[in-house]
Write a protein that binds this ligand. Structure first.
Ligand code: KIV
Length: 277
């Protein structure tokens, strides 16, 4: 006989994840489990496994389309995958990544493209960048478009950064990241992704701002975690980053791998010390 879920913990019985729910989760110290997702079938499966947030990451350029960076990804590709995921998801918050070149030019350009993502079914858009993005974020938030920030290693800046390198090392760089996090919070972001930064910096940022932080290589003190689905399943043939854990190892199905990921995040077992910088 299969085990019944404990009363109150069945993901299908939970209300949809909203921006207010994310804030309540941070206040309550409940960890947020987020995964990238690119189609309807995986969206339904992740929903059933209790994943809180589905991100249509522009990482799809690398893991789905086979490009060697996220830079060639287009609005049309992102809109197609966003609509697919939105059709498959019921409970999770759906976030669409704005691709390279779709928001950097002006707040007006960002608004026009962000509005297309909300029309396609996203609940929030994600933009990579620090203080220079404040006018754009304020412009979007004033027009009721929820925004997720993304600082640290921002893959769309790979050429400016000189490669996929850990950011925020040393006092000056750490202080700059702290300033950026605070500026983005003041500009109105509802959520902040921190990528590939020292654990201590991730912890300090998470403590110092009121909005929830989502780490990917930023340590267990972040309010939540995100992984690229193909990394979690161990199917991406490219380089494996230190912060990746293959949850298919020890799982007998994809469903079990997603469920184990959610449990490991909620119970603060992932990320472990070996996944941190
Ligand atoms: O594109 C993506 O998948 C991302 C996550 C790695 C945060 O931005």
């Amino acid at each position: 006989m299969s085990a019944q879920p404990k009363q109150g913990t069945d993901p299908m019985a939970q209300p949809p994840v909203t921006v207010t729910r994310l804030a309540a989760m941070k206040t309550a110290g409940e960890k947020i489990a987020m995964l990238t997702c690119y189609d309807a079938s995986f969206a339904t499966l992740m929903d059933n496994c209790g994943v809180d947030i589905l991100l249509i990451g522009d990482s799809l350029g690398m893991v789905v389309a086979g490009y060697d960076s996220t830079l060639p990804v287009t609005m049309e590709q992102m809109l197609y995958h966003t609509a697919c995921v939105a059709r498959g998801a019921r409970r999770p918050l759906v976030i669409a990544d704005m691709p390279f070149g779709s928001y950097q030019k002006s707040p007006e350009q960002a608004y026009e493209n962000a509005a297309r993502f909300l029309a396609a079914g996203a609940h929030m858009v994600k933009l990579e960048g620090g203080e220079w993005l404040m006018p754009t974020i304020e412009f979007l938030v004033r027009r009721d478009i929820p925004v997720c920030g993304h600082i640290g290693l921002t893959p769309q800046s790979v050429h400016a950064l000189g490669g996929y390198k850990v950011q925020g090392r040393g006092d000056e760089a750490a202080a700059r990241l702290m300033r950026e996090a605070s500026s983005l919070e003041n500009a109105g972001v509802s959520l902040l992704v921190l990528e590939a930064i020292p654990r201590e910096v991730g912890a300090n940022i998470s403590k110092s701002i009121k909005i929830a932080t989502i780490g990917i290589g930023a340590g267990p003190e972040c309010d939540g975690q995100v992984l690229v689905m193909h990394d979690l399943l161990g199917v991406y043939p490219g380089r494996k980053a230190r912060f990746v854990r293959n949850f298919m190892e020890g799982s007998d199905s994809v469903q079990s791998a997603f469920t184990r990921y959610v449990k490991a995040v909620k119970e603060k077992e992932f990320p472990a010390a070996e996944h941190c910088f």
